[in-house]
Design a protein around this ligand. Structure first.
Ligand code: G3P
Length: 250
């Protein structure tokens, strides 16, 4: 992977209680994993648990919010601003997850604006892209992923604090993981898109994660693909097997 440090994100989505959070943190804290020189691990609990997770989590793992507001905070009831995340020393944020695109109507343009705003405040961004089953079956996977990525590329110039998560919607929470070949095909095409439309340097250095039904058993083979630079894990990130997924880095 030529200098692209393996990255494993755990997206807890809208799950957990204080008791459950404490339990999974103590399991993860005890897990033996490769050093942070080899793998970057970032956990993304719901907003309300961020301070708890941040204070209890081992120092070699980091935290991410699952969303933030698109501009400076103010009269936006129910939103959490990028400034607040910075104030709480939360280094990462997930932007444009397919659940927010599908359920909350986030458009490509809105996602691009959010990524740009979060970066401008000093946050690091996990930007999500991916096609639906219908789009894949229509043969438009790369067209969809390129349009989602272009909306981000149109708004930013510095990619050094961005990782892209390719999450095919049909693989999310379904147990229907993409085959290593399917993941590699899209990751390579996406890297090619970055090379042609942003720069060769950005294409080489930007990490592209795979997400969608990753588990302890399938992570090793996916990680062996040359353009798979890590994972964004949902369900399995709430279980002890998350440790096995982190170990797939080596
Ligand atoms: O963001 C990660 C996610 O959407 C994948 O979820 O449960 O299929 O691993 P899951």
């Amino acid at each position: 992977r030529m200098g692209r440090k393996f990255f494993v994100g755990g997206n807890w989505k809208c799950n957990g209680t204080i008791e459950e959070v404490k339990k999974i943190i103590s399991i993860l804290n005890a897990g033996e994993v490769p050093s942070s020189d080899v793998v970057e691990v970032v956990l993304s609990p719901p907003f309300v648990f961020l301070p708890l997770v941040k204070s209890e989590l081992r120092p070699d793992f980091h935290v991410a919010a699952q969303n933030c507001w698109v501009k400076k905070g103010g009269a936006y009831t129910g939103e959490i601003s990028a400034e607040m995340l910075v104030n709480l020393d939360i280094p990462w944020v997930i932007i444009g997850h397919s659940e927010r695109r599908a359920l909350l109507g986030e458009t490509n343009e809105f996602v691009g604006e959010k990524v740009a705003y979060a970066l401008s405040k000093g946050l690091k961004v996990i930007a999500c892209v991916g096609e639906t089953l219908e789009q894949r079956e229509a043969g438009s996977t790369m067209e969809v992923v390129a349009a989602q990525t272009k909306a981000i590329a149109d708004k930013i110039s510095d990619w050094s604090n961005v990782v892209i998560a390719y999450e095919p919607v049909w693989a999310i929470g379904t147990g229907k993981v993409a085959t290593p070949a399917q993941a590699q095909e899209v990751h390579a095409a996406l890297r090619g898109w970055l090379s042609s439309n942003v720069s060769a340097e950005v294409a080489e250095s930007t990490r592209i994660l795979y997400g969608g039904s990753v588990n302890g058993a399938n992570s090793k083979e996916l990680a062996a693909q040359p353009d798979v630079d890590g994972f964004l894990v949902g369900g399995a990130s709430l279980k002890p097997e998350f440790i096995d997924i982190i170990k797939a880095a080596t």
